[in-house]
Design a protein around this ligand. Sequence first.
Ligand code: IPE
Ligand code: IPE
Ligand code: MG
Length: 224
Amino acid sequence: MQSTSSVPAHLAIILDGNGRWAEQRGRPRWMGHVAGARALKPIVEHCVTRGVDQLTVYAMSSDNWSRPAVEVNALLELLETQCRTRLHSLVTNGVRVSAIGRRDRLPLPMRRALSDLERASAAGRALHLRLAIDYSSRASMQGALPITSATQGTTILPPVDLLLRTGGERRLSDFLLWECAYAELAFIDTLWPDFSPAALDSVLADFATRDRRFGAVSATRRAS
Ligand code: IPE
Ligand code: IPE
Ligand code: MG
């Protein structure tokens, strides 16, 4: 069931712009991912405060393997470290964490860090945070076709109410294509490492004004 609440039950974020953030400062791109990881913590906490039930973030796409090895390796190491160092505070805050995407191509220590975090946080009820890592929506949907041998399996999530992409691009880049069928879209120019809880509040305030009709006629017009 799709939510009709003024707060998105399911918020999905394409956290884009880390590389450009670093380049603008004359630093290597991987440093942008470090800054991006830092920016995520207050956003997760803010989602809890605002009553978002589910937050799905695009941390690494399957197409991101085609980036230079130094960047990919730094990103994977960072994700692993984040899973380990954030475990305690996520569990304390009642955040359940799970991962979607392929695991078979991830380094073993990272797979362990992910499953440790999933196990330790399984009872969390304040927010369900999903990390999309080595994720491809098309590959995920192919898993539903009987004739394919996709290794990813099929992961269909609850419908997305609001899809937010930072970093200025206006595209989905193979993220939650099915689940975004009736998602409201918010594209903002701020690079992810600069994204703040106050900026999220602006996006949420805009979402609250949207007239979501789901193909029907809105309640205010139904009488005429
Ligand atoms: C998004 O930032 C994070 C990942 C893809 C892992 P980018 O690294 O795509 O940043 P830009 O788009 O190059 O600035
Ligand atoms: C999408 O961003 C993937 C993540 C944010 C993890 P990209 O930066 O990889 O997407 P494109 O290449 O601009 O479409
Ligand atoms: Mg990008």
